[in-house]
Ligand binder design. Structure first.
Ligand code: ZN
Length: 324
């Protein structure tokens, strides 16, 4: 087998800025954004939603070549079967059995089959893109635990966190999904209480993954997970990117940050599956931290979210003040 394909996985709770972070990382030499790969079967291949390049995924040249390289063509693999398989193995409630497969022996065949498919898929993406590092912004915790079991990939996890109050405010807003053709479709909305509890649950799962990779010693050079605060990356993108490059075991070269200016990034076309609508943006983009929640999230909601999330917020380095 040739060298393992590096996969940089961005994990965390939704509305933490993962799409923007992924796209910034995708501009690094040797890196390739692939969007939220977890949605490839359903939204990409079955529903035919738009790739980040603006073409429906099944017709996008990049993804067609990935299908050919990985499987001999998408017609050689049934996305409905893959979706059913994914539902049988990639769930948060199966995380314990991903850590200890003996807990769920009946699932072993499914797990072997699906991890084999994912191995071919990520290696296909890397080969077609000519990328040393494939970025997957799927965010889901279960997928991160699953990827540890995928042969032929070298997993590096970035645990992305954003101030829970900013996240909660974002979930109260109505956001349209431009990639869905036909009927208008909007992203789901959550109450501040619901998003507060989910913020805690999702982040704790990534804390558990971090502890596991740090102590299990089951990889030759366990890099663990890297905690990245969205606000810190926005405040100092270069420093954040250097940390991520180190975590990915990739060098900083004179060309590394050619896309990065003073407070802006220059984004190319990225062939991404699913994600926030900004994945369609091409060209220069100003990097501004959206702090609308500090004025727009009602006081009562802010207190609720703070009460639910406070201990973890402190652990991740957030202060009681509204800023970083
Ligand atoms: Zn595309």
């Amino acid at each position: 087998m040739t060298e393992r394909q590096k996969v940089l996985y961005i994990g965390g709770f939704g509305r933490s800025g993962s799409t923007l972070v992924e796209r910034i990382l995708g501009q690094l030499p040797g890196f390739c954004s692939s969007g939220e790969v977890v949605f490839l079967w359903q939204r990409g291949l079955i529903d035919g939603q738009l790739c980040g390049c603006g073409t429906p995924v099944p017709e996008c040249d990049f993804w067609s070549r990935v299908g050919k390289t990985a499987f001999g063509g998408w017609d050689q693999i049934d996305p409905h079967e893959m979706l059913a398989l994914q539902k049988r193995v990639d769930r948060n409630r199966y995380i314990p059995s991903m850590v200890a497969p003996k807990l769920r022996p009946a699932a072993q065949a499914d797990l072997d089959r699906y991890t084999d498919v994912l191995s071919k898929l990520y290696r296909g993406i890397g080969e077609v893109a000519g990328a040393r590092v494939v970025i997957d912004a799927s965010k889901h915790a279960s997928t991160a635990f699953l990827l540890r079991r995928v042969p032929g990939i070298d997993l590096r996890v970035v645990h992305l966190v954003r101030d829970s109050r900013g996240v909660a405010y974002s979930w109260t807003k109505e956001v349209k999904k431009p990639e869905v053709r036909g009927d208008d479709a909007f992203m789901p909305q959550y109450s501040p209480t619901s998003s507060g509890f989910q913020w805690v649950a999702y982040n704790l799962m990534f804390d558990a993954l971090g502890a596991l990779t740090a102590f299990s010693g089951d990889t030759p050079e366990p890099p663990g997970t890297m905690l990245l605060r969205y606000e810190a990356l926005m405040a100092n993108p270069r420093e954040g990117l250097e940390r991520i490059l180190a975590h990915a075991g990739e060098p900083v070269t004179p060309e590394s940050f050619s896309f990065l200016g003073d407070g802006w990034v220059d984004l190319s076309v990225d062939h991404t599956v699913a994600g926030n609508p900004m994945r369609f943006h091409q060209g220069r983009l100003d990097l501004r931290l959206d702090q609308a929640w500090t004025t727009k999230l009602p006081e009562r909601d802010r207190k609720v979210v703070t009460a639910i999330t406070w201990p973890l917020q402190v652990r991740y380095g957030y202060s009681k003040k509204d800023s970083k």
